[in-house]
Design a binder for this molecule. Structure first.
Ligand code: FAD
Length: 491
């Protein structure tokens, strides 16, 4: 299985990644990425060194369990445990670890016939892509949402001239795509970039109705990264999350990128683009991975909240206990829905054991309020403790400052270090720029809140609740129910 060292070495491949107006020479050693690259390397080393993360697959030999195609509820359990093990390494702060897009491909590859309906051979392309992810333990990222100022957004102005990535030419060997895509989390540090359109498209928008995957080092693909959060920070002690888990987000520009037919999965098919996500188990499997990750993150945040209340010696105060109780409820709801979706899973038309979408999308529909609520409660519990920290670790080691700080701010030197460490970590989870990005991420990663709730409404299955209500309504009328004296009109 792939090791961390192999992953790091693979990043030096001439990819075009830009920060601060300059091309990054070597992603693996650039200060913006060095922490996250080490973290992803740790994911790979953990998978390679943990037999409990391996499973024999009839088509692909021994594989990482996070990439398995679940065929039973037991498979889903095994997969969940492996995803949890990986999520534990970042305490859920890696949104798009390699198991996220890998999950989409497990769903895609289960339904080659669906892709063949678009064009003969696309099914084989998607199967091969999944086989490569699984065999080589590849890290695929994705960019599937158009820029906000492109004409493809419902209701958006179309005056900017910005165009979502789409087909501009076709040859015997492949297609040429050009345009922009809004965001690729982890794009700069991944092996492959999956490109498609998750937004519903309409007839007439076939140029954008494509789906393909390319190596990140493909000529013409340029990734423009947002400001990195690890750069310029004094130490990992001061920003323990920013320094390790800043997976980076990048706008993707496709400057006449050539994509060979072997890497194309859907071509100029509005229905095909939709079906790949929603008729296969792809969208459900990937979002299940996301909720398993969130379960770990919420447990971690709850743990931080308990530590804060103990550090302030307030954990028995009724108002503090109430807040911890609410956090526990929120964490348990997410975990419970993951387990409910797993317990209620059923085989889909392609033989994949698909977690029950009622519960999966149910919790996703609450996420845009749930996560900000969690942050708010921890802020309330923390008070100014997260602001009353020293400017950096240097205050703790400098002979000029360390004596006063120990004497006036804590019980002992060890106590001072523990308190600073805790509150700096809490700030990085709830208040730093890294935390702000996570706040935004958890609200939007699965679409704006009305999009997530739209999934929930459609997937709940409204027939059952409507039938319940109708059955009751049918039980009486203006003249009461025949033979039921209780329901007779009042005199
Ligand atoms: C941190 C982060 C990481 C991300 N990573 C990835 C990634 O790896 N890959 C990827 O493909 N995408 C990624 N995304 C993008 C994500 O999928 C989108 O943010 C999400 O789909 C919402 O789309 P949007 O940002 O265009 O918001 P919008 O759709 O523009 O929504 C913004 C607001 O506008 C409102 N709105 C939208 N349309 C209308 C309308 N017609 N009328 C009135 N109000 C409207 C919405 O309700 C919402 O309140 C990421 C996003 C974030 C924040």
């Amino acid at each position: 299985m792939r090791t961390g060292t192999e992953y790091v070495a693979s990043l030096c491949d001439g990819r075009d990644v830009f920060i601060d107006g300059r091309r990054v020479d070597d992603v693996a050693t650039h200060p913006a990425f060095v922490g996250i690259v080490a973290t992803v390397g740790q994911l790979y080393d953990t998978a390679a060194g943990t037999p409990e993360m391996h499973i024999g697959d009839p088509d692909h030999g021994t594989i990482n369990r996070v990439h398995m195609t679940p065929r039973s509820i037991e498979d889903l359990r095994i997969r969940r445990e492996a995803i949890t093990r990986w999520a534990r390494l970042s305490n859920g702060f890696l949104g798009r670890s390699p198991d996220h897009v890998g999950s989409f491909f497990a769903g895609f590859a289960s339904a080659p016939a669906l892709f063949d309906q678009c064009r003969d051979g696309f099914g084989e392309n998607v199967r091969r892509a999944y086989a490569e992810i699984v065999r080589d333990d590849l890290y695929a990222s994705y960019t599937v949402i158009p820029p906000q100022n492109s004409g493809l957004n419902p209701g958006a102005a179309t005056t900017s001239g910005v165009t979502q990535v789409g087909v501009v030419a076709e040859t015997d060997a492949g297609i040429v795509v050009q345009g922009t895509q809004m965001l690729a989390t982890g794009g700069a540090i991944s092996d492959r970039l999956f490109v498609s359109c998750l937004r519903p498209l309409s007839p007439g928008q076939e140029d954008f109705a494509v789906s393909f995957m390319i190596p990140v080092a493909t000529r013409g693909l340029k990734l423009f990264c947002r400001r990195p959060y690890a750069v310029g920070q004094p130490s990992a002690f001061d920003y323990p999350l920013s320094s390790r888990f800043d997976e980076s987000d990048a706008m993707a520009v496709f400057d006449r990128v050539f994509v060979p037919w072997e890497n194309v999965f859907i071509y100029r098919s509005v229905g095909g683009v939709h079906d790949q996500f929603h008729r296969t188990a792809a969208h459900v499997l990937a979002n299940t991975q996301a909720q398993i990750r969130l379960t770990v993150k919420l447990k971690f945040l709850l743990g931080l909240a308990v530590h804060v209340s103990e550090a302030n010696e307030r954990s028995v105060a009724p108002s503090v206990q109430d807040k911890l109780g609410e956090l526990a409820s929120l964490a348990s709801v997410v975990e419970g829905m993951v387990l409910a979706a797993e317990a209620g899973a059923a085989l889909d038309e392609f033989g994949v054991c698909k977690p029950n979408p009622r519960f999966l999308y149910g919790i996703m529909g609450l996420q845009s309020e749930l996560y900000p609520r969690v942050l708010h409660i921890i802020r309330e519990l923390s008070g100014a403790g997260v602001i009353g920290t020293t400017s950096s670790y240097r205050d703790l080691v400098s002979p000029e400052t360390h004596g006063d700080l120990t004497r006036y701010m804590a019980k002992s030197e060890a106590d001072l270090e523990q308190r600073m460490k805790l509150f700096k970590l809490v700030w990085d989870a709830i208040g730093s720029e890294f935390a702000g990005r996570h706040h935004q991420y958890e609200i939007f990663y699965a679409g704006a809140s009305e999009v997530a709730r739209g999934y929930s409404r459609r997937q709940y299955g409204l027939d059952e609740p409507m039938a319940l209500a109708q059955e009751f309504l049918d039980g009486y009328d203006v003249l009461g129910a025949a033979g039921d004296p209780q329901l007779a009109p009042m005199a």
